[in-house]
Design a protein around this ligand. Structure first.
Ligand SMILES: [Zn+2]
Length: 339
């Protein structure tokens, strides 16, 4: 249904019209990571290496003018943005990003900003919440006799096959429990016990880099290839025990990135896209120039620099849907419906 309507809108020239109407607006694309092994880990924003390469080819065919983030923001503010101006941003800094996305970007000659969260990049252990979510989703998808999963410290988790809500609830419960454990050693030991309880100990995915962020050396290499490393907090959070820890997180993140990326580190992406207006004063005091969100849309001149919308791309987004976003057609529809 949606595809049919988009196809008709495109055939009627509405994509081209919206592209012209929004020609002075900026398109900031948001990517996350790559999965290239068996199964599917990460969220819906992850994609296969082939899909990412085809996206870059599509951007070239579409006539995108891919600019570095600071240049694009400066030209947006001055009203000097070329038509079809695009910025490529990638969140988190997964090992798979450096292995697959960076060479593809280099080959295409496209600049990109990589927002690095540094805690797991530093300790080089599996990112706990993503690894736990993967283990539970594989267990829920597998054939088994019981819907109950016994886990240390949590008793029996009920997760019937095909029940997405129960899976979501169980995953939240497991991640929440892990966060209460004393330290990182305890949390990693808990992950091992979950892997064992879900019967996934033989899954080859655990031996690879799937759940790891790129190391300091890998990120340094990416930076040397022209990837702009920027801020995403140290521990992928802006609050701790209900109060803001954004200033400390930014300071830790910036300190870790110093000597890894070129700097200056003055562009930021909210972890999980979550922010509040009170964050803006903290960002201003920390000398941050821009902050991107996971709200969807194009950036207009005069947009709040600390609440920049993006276009979220992922495996399930078709080329037609991406074009509908890039052209500004869907942004225009949202603006009309808001009125
Ligand atoms: Zn993130």
């Amino acid at each position: 249904m949606k595809h049919g309507l988009l196809w008709i809108a495109r055939a009627l020239g509405l994509f081209a019209l919206c592209s012209w109407l929004t020609r002075r607006e900026l398109r900031i694309l948001c990517y996350h990571g790559i999965w290239d092994g068996p199964g599917h880990y990460g969220n819906y924003l992850f994609m296969s290496p082939g899909k990412f390469r085809s996206r870059l080819a599509f951007l070239q065919d579409w006539g995108a003018r891919v600019l570095p983030l600071p240049v694009a923001l400066e030209r947006l503010a001055q009203g000097r943005l070329p038509a079809r101006a695009v910025v490529i941003t990638i969140d988190d800094g997964w090992a798979s990003t450096v292995a697959h996305m960076v060479p593809a970007l280099e080959q295409a000659g496209f600049p990109a900003t990589l927002y690095v969260t540094s805690y797991y990049a530093h300790n080089q252990r599996p990112v706990l919440n993503v690894a736990l979510a993967y283990a539970l989703s594989r267990w829920a998808a597998g054939e088994r006799d019981s819907t109950l999963l016994p886990l240390p410290g949590l008793g029996q988790l009920n997760c019937p096959a095909g029940d997405a809500i129960a899976l979501h609830r169980a995953t939240d419960q497991v991640i929440e429990h892990a966060s209460t454990l004393a330290d990182d050693d305890a949390r990693q030991a808990f992950l091992c016990s979950v892997i064992s309880a879900t019967g996934l100990a033989q899954d080859p995915v655990w031996g690879g880099p799937a759940f790891r962020l790129a190391s300091r050396d890998q990120l340094r290499e990416a930076s040397a290839k022209g990837i702009d490393l920027q801020l995403h907090t140290h521990r992928h959070r802006t609050t701790c025990n209900g109060t803001s820890c954004l200033a400390q997180e930014l300071a830790d993140n910036r300190s870790w990135l110093t000597g890894v990326g070129e700097g200056p580190f003055e562009h930021f992406c909210y972890p999980s896209g979550q922010y509040q207006a009170s964050d803006w004063e903290v960002l201003r005091r920390q000398g941050i120039e821009s902050a991107t969100t996971t709200e969807i849309g194009l950036c207009r001149r005069g947009e709040n620099p600390y609440a920049l919308p993006r276009i979220l791309d992922g495996e399930s987004l078709s080329e037609l849907e991406l074009e509908a976003e890039l052209s500004g057609f869907l942004t225009m529809l949202r603006r009309i419906s808001r009125r």
